[in-house]
Design a protein around this ligand. Sequence first.
Ligand code: MTE
Ligand code: CO
Length: 389
Amino acid sequence: EAKPDPLITEVQDWNRYLGEGVDKRPYGTPSPFEKHIVRRDVSWLTASPDSSVNFTPLHELDGIITPSGLCFERHHGGIAEINPANHRLMIHGLVDKPLVFTMEDIRRMPRQNHVHFLECAANSGMEWRGAQLNGCQFTHGMIHNVMYTGVPLKLLLAEAGLKPSAKWLMLEGADASGMNRSLPVGKALDDVLIAFAMNGEALRPEQGYPLRAVVPGWEGNIWVKWLRRIEAGDKPWQAREETSKYTDLLADGRSRRYTFIMDAKSVVTNPSPQAPLKHKGRNVLSGLAWSGRGTIKRVDVTLDGGRNWQSARIDGPVLEKSLTRFYVDFDWAGQELLVQSRAMDSTGYVQPTKDELRKVRGVNSIYHNNGIQTWHVRPSGETENVEIA
Ligand code: MTE
Ligand code: CO
């Protein structure tokens, strides 16, 4: 005869006493039992926290939206704290009428809502020479997926009257790094958003409050935060972030430049090193796929290192240049697994293996590593970052 479970047979404290009333938490926070779910850094990666990065806990999330407080952060000069009343956006250079917008001006213009992923070009950058970091938070966590509210850049440029000679724009941040990047006018007129809200609330300070550029499908570095200036010119500015950084040094010493688009990529978030398998029998494998060129068409998953592949079940919205959630519902008998996922996007592009990538790109650069990730699940359920030939 089974012992009675006191969690069922005895009245618990939360059932016996009144709970806290409304307004105790005017801005809600997660349950104290979720305290461990936070952004984390890798201490040896950077010299100081002011110019550093932390990582989204992908293995703890579900669906496609990243909660605002868990979006990874990448700052070159710390977080600027800006009173929106004192923020200005200037548009000048090759325009008919140089303009300065206040936040109130921007909020009176027609706005749109779009869900997009932001992936740092350096995401998975530590993995070029081999498996290194133990957890998808660290191998793939320089990404977040947010619903943005903002004004199409096209409308702001139309107010200023872009001259036909204008081919490039320079976006500049108001933070201590004054970070700037050159953006081709074609992209600016296509789908770039000047956003003031994320996930229904004002941008978080970490994400560029009160204003940031949203550049769908393109590397995170060009999504300038704390955006204060847009200059129109006839050629790129050759700024630090597009010469010494964010260029891809090839094996022969030449560099790929202006490699803006993030190619199709995917990762299994569960199981993964921080989220081992705990039960035999019924299990849910879960993961994320995305492409900077369009939507995700299909995700294939293997549990045995590529001998057998099956199509994953995609669930939730499948949006342009957005994270897409996939699942494989499977039974685990306790055998060793080599888990991989492989994304295919709406252009027909298939995510490459790491070796296929290295053949073309070498291992000199840390940027744009979209190779297939392998997790090794031991019979104990413990899971490790590995590579298989
Ligand atoms: N914009 C400014 N002004 N300053 C910065 O340091 N970092 C860039 C970009 N925009 C940065 C910036 C980089 S490298 C990335 S990957 C993204 O912002 C990170 O955006 P997040 O902090 O919202 O994740
Ligand atoms: Co970056």
